[in-house]
Design a protein around this ligand. Structure first.
Ligand code: FUL
Length: 650
């Protein structure tokens, strides 16, 4: 399937949340302009092959009028309760030649019987509806998230289940396969399924990526990320990531849609590493894929098309150090013929061999693509790539697995020959396709940070380009302010910047950063350790962790130096470690650092899998002191770590 879409839409879309608690009134759900044909049109234009819809997310709200619950579109104002989004999507997919998949959250924060055996019947009834009434479903997605707490029919409590046993997956799988024999099952929480999570929602899988895993037994993070060389089941990695930071729509993320260079990076780190790419659109309140998201995926499709337009190896002479006796059928030329079902093969017992492409003139390239004939398994364990540059062989890459498709992003190289050597394989290698390309350069947007003193620092991704920026909300061009060094700022700042390459006259996408008050007068007051400044230094790359001997709840108190009118706060967990990621918090404010008032409390939804900036708004409070109290973390131990802590002022 290579590349397909995720659609996240639920009550969350209307509450600005990532995880609904299960108590929101269905009346808030009203995507007035919802148009599944628009989704399908965008996905088709993006080169995607299917769409997976969150038919039910953790909140329990169903996008189809399930017979088994009232918590669905049938009690929403959308189409007067007569609508069915799964039906509309199935029809749109059929019309556009796309396949449809469904996400059905096992965790249901609305259902009163969640946690009891009765829920499993309910869950299977819903599965049966989805897999019976809407035609072919290519994939079913079972999210492993289970935060415990929920509305649960009004009980409002925390319910723990044993994800391994509670859902009785083996019988659920039997039901699924009976209803949809060709479906692939994705399951992050229970029994091994047909596809695996790659251990991150960041949009990349390991460079070494086996499509194998063991059919039973525990799976470590390393196995998720790299597969298992000698696994006994075919469980390829599916890279799921969102086009914005969150999975659901938040207006505040309109300026955070991934840029072309970011999307290209995702593409090369998923699709280019033997993974499928499942890219999410947080459908907006209207019920549409936002214009900016559409523009971004179409740009990606365009850039990919341009990058791979001309295969410089086509028609060139290829010779191999070894070929199967029947060279007519398995010769080196079979790797260059552009056909998927023909391949270059070595002799039965030969597991290392090279294939050399003679360009017959100096040829410039920066991408190398290679594919194994995976119908007969994934075999290659290691390979190298060398180029003959000015008469000398030069090593370009030393790599491990290939699989269905591997793309190497290389420094621009001019060479007369290219030598691809398989140095180790599980069995004689079968290479179905090789491509050499010269992709146009794409400038990366600059990185903008503000330090404690309030100085804004802008760094280009490549040192040769110039930086131009604006501070007045207008889009930067090469006529804007020229960046020559840190820009001193005090209060709120809205800075937009581009990198500009004078040689190619190209500009990068715009970096758009909004900063609140500066941290110049801030001080963490309840910690002796100097390193704690990392929490307020404006650098997301530095972090501070509470000492290990402390017990939850853990407090971090900051003196802002002067009274401010606060309307919210932002928390970024440490980016280098999975320890101390705060999942539940209380946030207090105070005038004197002694008498505290609660301004906000709750959870940072999905922070475990997606440890990005968390923003919480609250009623305005005048205060000089703030206190973030960690009451629980994602590992359920006593750690608390902070990449950054910030406030939102009126
Ligand atoms: C996560 C969920 O908790 C998110 O909300 C989202 O659905 C993502 C695809 O998977 O684990």
């Amino acid at each position: 399937m290579e590349y397909y879409a995720f659609i996240h839409l639920s009550t969350n879309t209307f509450t600005d949340q990532e995880w609904g608690y299960g108590e929101d009134d269905p009346k808030i759900f009203n995507p007035e302009k919802l148009d599944c044909r628009q989704w399908a049109r965008v996905c088709k234009a993006a080169g995607m092959k299917g769409i997976i819809l969150t038919a039910k997310h953790h909140s329990g709200f169903c996008l189809w009028p399930s017979k088994y619950t009232e918590y669905s579109v049938k009690n929403s104002p959308w189409k007067d309760g007569k609508g069915d989004i799964v039906r509309e999507l199935a029809d749109a997919c059929r019309e556009y030649g796309l396949k449809m998949g469904v996400y059905l959250s096992p965790w249901d924060r609305n259902y009163a019987d969640y946690g009891k055996p009765e829920y499993i019947t309910y869950f299977r009834n819903q599965l049966t509806e989805l897999l019976t009434n809407y035609g072919d479903v290519f994939e079913i997605w079972f999210d492993g998230a289970n935060g415990g707490s929920g509305y649960y029919g009004g009980a409002k409590e925390t319910r723990k289940i044993d994800a391994k046993t509670y859902y009785d997956w083996s019988n659920t799988y039997k039901l699924i396969r009976k209803l949809q024999p060709n479906i692939v099952i994705w399951n992050d929480g229970g029994d091994r399924a047909d596809l695996r999570w790659v251990g991150t929602e960041g949009g990349y899988v390991g460079e070494k990526n086996w499509s194998l895993l063991n059919a039973t037994g525990d799976v470590s993070w390393d196995m998720l990320h790299h597969g298992l060389e000698n696994g006994n089941a075919w469980v390829p990695g599916e890279v799921n990531t969102s086009i914005r930071p969150g999975w659901f729509y938040h207006e505040s993320e309109d300026s955070r849609v991934k840029t072309l260079p970011q999307l290209l990076k995702t593409y090369y780190s998923s699709f280019g590493r033997n993974g499928t790419l499942l890219l999410n659109f947080p459908v907006d309140k209207r019920g549409l894929i936002h214009e900016m998201d559409e523009k971004a995926v179409v740009e990606l499709a365009d850039a990919v098309k341009k990058a791979f337009a001309v295969n410089l190896a086509t028609g060139k002479k290829a010779s191999a150090s070894n070929t199967r006796v029947n060279a007519k059928e398995f010769g080196a030329d079979k790797a260059l013929d552009g056909k998927k079902d023909t391949y270059w093969a070595t002799d039965e017992k030969v597991t290392s061999a090279s294939l050399t492409i003679d360009f017959d003139k100096p040829t410039t390239f920066n991408r190398f693509l290679v594919q194994e004939y995976i119908a007969l398994g994934q075999r290659v364990k290691a390979f190298t790539l060398e180029a003959k540059v000015a008469g000398q062989w030069k090593v370009l890459a030393n790599q491990t697995t290939i699989g269905y498709r591997r793309i190497l992003v290389l420094p621009t190289t001019q060479a007369t020959e290219l030598r691809f050597t398989i140095t180790d394989a599980k069995s004689c290698p079968l290479i179905s396709n090789i491509g050499v390309y010269n992709a146009p350069q794409v400038l990366t947007a600059p990185v903008v940070t503000r330090n404690m003193a309030g100085d804004v620092v802008i760094k280009p991704a490549d040192s040769e380009s110039d930086i131009f920026y604006t501070l007045d909300g207008s889009l930067p061009t090469k006529q804007s302010l020229h960046y020559t060094g840190p820009v001193q700022t005090k209060g709120k700042v809205h800075l937009q910047a581009i990198a500009f390459d004078p040689q190619s006259q190209q500009s990068s996408p715009v970096t758009d950063e909004k900063f609140d008050i500066s941290h110049k007068t801030w001080k963490v007051v309840n910690v002796g350790d100097e390193k704690v400044a990392a929490v307020i230094d404006g650098d997301p790359g530095t972090a501070w962790y509470q000492p290990r001997d402390r017990k939850m709840p853990l407090d971090l108190v900051i003196d802002l130096g002067e009274e401010q009118t606060l309307t919210g706060f932002k928390y970024l967990p440490g980016q280098e470690s999975t320890a101390g990621i705060i999942s539940h918090f209380r946030f207090f404010v105070s005038n004197d650092g002694k008498q505290w008032q609660t301004a906000s409390e709750g959870e940072f939804s999905n922070i475990k899998n997606n440890p990005l900036w968390q923003t919480k708004s609250f009623q305005p409070h005048k205060a000089r002191y703030i206190k973030l109290q960690a009451t629980q973390n994602t590992q359920e131990d006593d750690g608390a770590g902070y990449g950054e802590l910030d406030v939102i002022t009126h």
